[in-house]
Design a protein around this ligand. Structure first.
Ligand SMILES: NC(=O)C1=CN([C@@H]2O[C@H](COP(=O)(O)OP(=O)(O)OC[C@H]3O[C@@H](n4cnc5c(N)ncnc54)[C@H](O)[C@@H]3O)[C@@H](O)[C@H]2O)C=CC1
Ligand SMILES: O=C(CO)COP(=O)(O)O
Length: 335
């Protein structure tokens, strides 16, 4: 039961996650219209009810329609914004003339804007002053959500009644949203876990063992918590689905594009080699740079994120970065 009219859901972004969220919203009983950047994705969804480029092997409900016009998708009651993080500003700028006051914009991308160091909600507030912003984040592989496997996520907004309404509007039998008032916390967890998933992949690619993997994930969470709290996140949120939950998922599965980049780096590939073979987005690369720049400016110590950035940018080799991490001075665990 929702308090406001959220029957039509517009999805802005026809990649794997946008398409998977379209299937979720449809199963939740909503009318769904998806905007995609590429005309061929729009044609495939409308004509063959599939998105073979970004979400192969999934049959879409024929009631899910696609459009190339932002003006059309903007007529929906709520909009899920599912672009890559580095394209968010341009897409919102193009969408802005068609949006309405009070229309919820649910940001589903996970990253920090590289050129400004802004979080996704801050980019949205910059482009669309006064917009009604929410964040959907948490452990959720697109292919699993689309196959109707159980998924639980965080839906964060400043207004609890909107969080509750959006959570109900997107609630499908296997898709659960838990609402939260901590927008910054929800987006920081989702953004920075991508950086640590690259590190976890390097551990696998270098065959450093299960003990190293557990140690790395735990120290990564310590960095996530230090960074997040300094940026205004609540620790409770970082311990939840959008923080620890997503860190555990993406540091533990080769399905993660970020972790699989790390595995390839650990086996000797370069970032450019791996990314040149991908159409899909690997958010941790740009976010690593944004994150270390923020951390340096604010005096937040993030040795693992620094190491990931040094490796993906080519400033340091994998072996040298591992040596540097292992030779850091000993310290109290909770410092
Ligand atoms: N795939 C997943 O399992 C999940 C992804 N996300 C997040 O969702 C966001 C989108 O990721 P995916 O849907 O996986 O994307 P994807 O990697 O499947 O596809 C790339 C997307 O980039 C778009 N794109 C490429 N060039 C563009 C341009 N110049 N302007 C605008 N868009 C352009 C494509 O149209 C496509 O939608 C990311 O921030 C990701 O972290 C969040 C949760 C799960
Ligand atoms: O965010 C995700 C799962 O929650 C997807 O992770 P990757 O982008 O690393 O594939």
């Amino acid at each position: 039961m929702t308090g406001r009219q959220l029957q039509t859901i517009g999805i802005v972004g026809g990649g794997a996650w946008g398409t998977a969220l379209a299937t979720v919203a449809r199963r939740a009983g909503r009318d769904v219209l998806l905007w995609a950047h590429e005309p061929e994705t729009v044609a495939a969804i409308n004509q063959t009810h599939a998105n073979p480029t970004y979400l192969p092997g999934v049959d879409l409900d024929p009631a899910i329609e696609a459009t190339s016009q932002l003006s059309e998708v903007a007529t929906c009651d709520a909009l899920l914004i599912v672009s890559p993080a580095q394209h968010l500003r341009d897409i919102l700028g193009a969408l802005q003339p068609y949006t309405r006051t009070g229309q919820p914009l649910v940001l589903c991308c996970k990253g920090i804007e590289q050129s400004t160091g802004l979080l996704m909600s801050q980019v949205a507030a910059d482009v669309m002053q006064g917009a009604t912003i929410a964040v959907l984040s948490g452990p959720s592989f697109a292919a699993e959500a689309a196959r109707e496997l159980p998924v639980a996520v965080t839906l964060a907004t400043g207004a609890e009644d909107l969080g509750r309404d959006l959570s109900h509007a997107l609630h499908a039998p296997a898709f659960r949203c838990y609402w939260s008032g901590d927008v910054v916390g929800a987006e920081i967890g989702g953004a920075v876990k991508n950086v640590y998933a690259i590190a976890a992949g390097i551990v696998v690619g270098k065959e450093l063992g299960s003990s190293a993997q557990a140690g790395l994930i735990t120290r990564s969470f310590a960095e996530m918590a230090r960074f997040g709290v300094a940026m205004g996140a609540a620790l409770e949120t970082l311990i939840g689905l959008s923080g620890l939950g997503d860190l555990v998922l993406t540091c533990g599965s080769e399905q993660s594009r970020n972790m699989s980049l790390g595995i390839a780096l650990g086996r000797g590939a370069t970032t450019a080699e791996v990314l040149s073979e991908r159409l899909s987005v690997t958010e941790g690369v740009a976010t690593a740079q944004a994150m270390v720049e923020i951390a340096r400016a604010r005096g937040i110590e993030l040795p693992i994120a620094e190491a990931v950035h040094a490796i993906v940018s080519g400033e340091m080799g994998v072996d040298a970065a591992i040596d540097a991490l292992l030779s850091r001075p000993l310290r109290s665990e909770t410092e």
